[in-house]
Write a protein that binds this ligand. Structure first.
Ligand code: API
Length: 296
């Protein structure tokens, strides 16, 4: 473990919150236990996940992307597990790069374990608030086969959608039917998700307007899930007969999450674009003795 002070920032995207660890040269080794301690909401900083910021050329999983994306988002869930992609995380990661003066407004590319994600940081709004961030989230994969989600003895059919990470999308009559979501919903067949799954419960709010609750793999219920909102939009568009590849024009849904609102569009070529806020809340330095003891 490095003995140099460890800087951190806190940020969130629609209240999906993250500890950001600038580690540009990739010197830190964050074990799953260390990530879980950083994310602990009592004994640590508290967050749904960690975004370690590493120069792509300095990370073996990102080196091949360094020519297109200077920075690699090393995302971890709050239980310390690694996930392929984090949609809200990419927006907050982009905001960190802007906050740190490493990028300006406009277009940028971020290396992730699901590949390169291109983003756009908009100009500040008329109220001076930072501009929203739009992320091109790639294409959804829709594996065949029905899955079933069960919570507190109630079951619903769900749509299997992969946004680089796995999702099961269940349309319900009332978000309260998902119960307290303290534990992971049961998803069958388990064989559909050998690496675990993020589970979204969705209700309609109006034409091309839905709302979700989510139990995230590796983090539990969160206030928002960017990849989940994309999975929900694609599942809703297929349910509603609004496939942009068939219609020949983009289709846009408003997706309300507990922590705010995301706007998700799918283009005729299948590309999914997500737009939403990203906020840096605070920055600081970990206490050296705490870090030495806890992050070892
Ligand atoms: N828990 C997810 C990763 C974070 C996804 C979510 N926070 C987002 O904004 O996409 C998984 O294990 O696939």
């Amino acid at each position: 473990m490095s003995t140099a002070p460890i800087e951190f920032l806190k940020g969130h995207g629609t209240e999906n919150d993250f500890v950001i660890i600038p580690d540009h040269d990739g010197r830190l080794e964050l074990s799953p236990a260390a990530v879980a301690r950083l994310c602990d909401r009592r004994a640590g900083l508290g967050a749904d996940g960690v975004l370690r910021v590493v120069r792509s050329a300095a990370h073996p999983e990102a080196r091949a992307m360094a020519g297109e994306a200077e920075w690699f988002m090393d995302y971890r869930n709050s239980d310390g597990s690694v996930a392929e992609m984090c949609g809200n995380g990419v927006r907050v990661f982009a905001r960190y790069l802007q906050h740190a003066g490493l990028v300006g407004e406009g277009d940028l590319a971020v290396a992730t374990r699901a590949g390169i994600r291109r983003a756009h940081i908009a100009k500040p709004g008329p109220d001076g608030q930072p501009g929203d961030v739009t992320v091109s989230m790639g294409r959804a994969a829709l594996p065949e086969g029905e899955v079933t989600v069960t919570v507190d003895g109630r079951s619903w059919p769900a749509r299997n959608v992969n946004m680089g990470n796995p999702h099961a999308v269940a349309f319900v009559d009332d978000l309260a039917h998902a119960g307290k979501l303290f534990d992971a919903p049961a998803v069958t067949p388990a064989s559909a998700y050998p690496e675990g799954v993020n589970v979204e419960f969705v209700v309609d709010r109006g034409p091309r307007h839905v709302a979700l609750r989510v139990h995230e793999r590796g983090s539990g219920e969160t206030r928002s899930c960017g990849t989940g909102a994309c999975a929900v939009m694609v599942a809703a568009a297929r349910r509603d007969g609004a496939d942009p590849a068939v219609l020949g024009h983009p289709v846009t849904y408003t997706v309300d999450v507990l922590g705010g609102r995301l706007v998700i569009s799918e283009l005729p070529d299948g590309t999914v674009e997500m737009t939403g806020p990203a906020v840096i809340v605070a920055e600081g330095v970990l206490d050296a003795s705490w870090a030495a003891r806890v992050l070892a």
